[in-house]
Design a protein around this ligand. Sequence first.
Ligand SMILES: C[S@@+](CC[C@H](N)C(=O)[O-])C[C@H]1O[C@@H](n2cnc3c(N)ncnc32)[C@H](O)[C@@H]1O
Length: 229
Amino acid sequence: MAMQLESVVPFGRSLDEYIKIFDLTDGDLQKSILSVGDGPASFNAEGTKLGYQIKSIDPLYIFAADRIRNRFYQVVDNIIEQVERTPGDWMWTYHGSPNGLRKRREQATEIFCADYEDGKNQGRYEIGELPQLKYRDCEYELGLSSHFLFLYSDHLDRNFHLDSILEMLRVCQEVRIFPLLTLMLQRSPHLQVIIEHLEGKGYKCEIRKVEYELQRGGNEMLRITKNEA
Ligand SMILES: C[S@@+](CC[C@H](N)C(=O)[O-])C[C@H]1O[C@@H](n2cnc3c(N)ncnc32)[C@H](O)[C@@H]1O
């Protein structure tokens, strides 16, 4: 079914946030990267300027930049108010305050929108959605999912997660997923079963503590490698 923009909350993170979220080293950033569900993150725009090879995919990319930007400004006040109403749910070590968070999200959206047309023409932003990817086996060295898999576990079931992660592993030599919490700040109910399934298939799964934490307790990333890596 075609995506309805009215049902989307287009919130995007920066390159610096992705580096911290995924514990990316200089070596990781030299890899060919497929970043899935990238929305209006500025990871691709900022990374491309530094010479990194990043492809971002998202069903949101059927829309033009001005529609994505307008949707962001329609929802941002409400989201920040929700954050302010739930002070116990958030850690402010990175963003400082709800206002700092808002500023960073605005900045990421603006950087993304300014880069979007060029990026689309260069094939850096492509329309695409899990659980199926159109890319070849092992086409990418590193696959990333930020704030999509596991976060929406209350809406997307275990089979969707398993199919999506296996598909990312078909296309990417290594996959990293953050966060491992749901929107309700619970560890995803799918996580353990999925790890057991993947280990049964010979993948190595590591839950790594990372420096980034906005959702309270949300400072863990899942790294999945094929066993020889
Ligand atoms: C909360 S945003 C995260 C954006 C970005 N990854 C970040 O962390 O800044 C979640 C994104 O997932 C995208 N999405 C929704 N359904 C998807 C699917 N089936 N496959 C891939 N991405 C999807 C949404 O359009 C949205 O842009």
